[in-house]
Design a protein around this ligand. Structure first.
Ligand code: TPS
Length: 217
């Protein structure tokens, strides 16, 4: 029995906010609280990029953000840091194709949620067999937030995976904004994952609310 059933996971993926200190215009804890007030449904702590915290500072921030999510009942996922996820007893881990091998990650995290980035249809089958609970499909649109991002795949990849019969929960990610979020949902995604559309917004609460209207319709 998993910690979260598939239906609950699909719901939680609707508006998935991904963020670390490098993405924020103000204190990360403030940004997260505002994003929660705006209606995000899941959170991923992704402490990467220029000036990202490491070691004890990274741990302290993760602990603070985890506590905020816990109080609000928002699932807390850690990007590419299994020891940190285990130390905090986080709800799950997200990994890319170049990170920890999927099956090793699954072994280490037990029944926690395991998300895997998928950029090509060919990656989907193995990811499921090795233990993925959901896919982060993308980058859907061009993004400046991830330095090593692959080229944009468009909404076509989500459509293709659905037409090939993949029913696994999926979110689109990469360059998603209120203007294009509906097209990601129409392609068959369960939700959208965003960094800058919320973290870099002048009004974080409003940005999250606006996106929420695009995914709950
Ligand atoms: C659920 N990833 C792909 S594009 C991107 C990231 C971090 C940048 C988005 O920034 N799927 C999930 N989590 C991840 N960390 C990734 C994929 C990897 P922006 O929204 O500012 O374009």
């Amino acid at each position: 029995m998993k910690r979260m059933n598939e239906k609950a996971l699909r719901e939680a993926l609707k508006l998935y906010f991904v963020m670390g200190s490098a993405n924020c215009r103000e204190e990360p804890a403030e940004v997260l609280k505002k994003a929660i007030a705006g209606g995000i449904t899941m959170f991923q702590f992704r402490e990467k990029g220029k000036g990202a915290l490491t070691g004890a500072e990274k741990f302290a921030l993760a602990e603070e953000l985890h506590y905020i999510c816990k109080k609000a009942g928002i699932p807390f996922i850690v990007d590419d840091d299994i020891p940190l996820a285990l130390a905090l007893n986080a709800d799950g881990v997200h990994i890319g194709q170049e990170d920890e091998p999927i099956e090793r990650a699954r072994e280490k995290i037990g029944d926690r949620i395991l998300g895997v980035s998928v950029h090509r249809a060919e990656e989907a089958k193995a990811a499921i067999e090795k233990g993925a609970d959901y896919f982060g499909v993308g980058p859907i649109f061009p993004t400046k937030t991830k330095e090593d991002a692959r080229s944009a795949v468009g909404t076509g990849l989500i459509r293709k995976l659905r037409s090939e019969g993949y029913t696994i929960p999926m979110v689109g990610i990469g360059g998603i904004q209120p203007e294009n979020a509906a097209s990601v949902m129409e392609a068959g995604a369960d939700g959208v994952a965003v960094i800058s559309a919320i973290s870099a917004a002048e009004n974080v609460v409003r940005a999250a609310k606006t996106l929420k209207e695009c995914v709950f319709y």
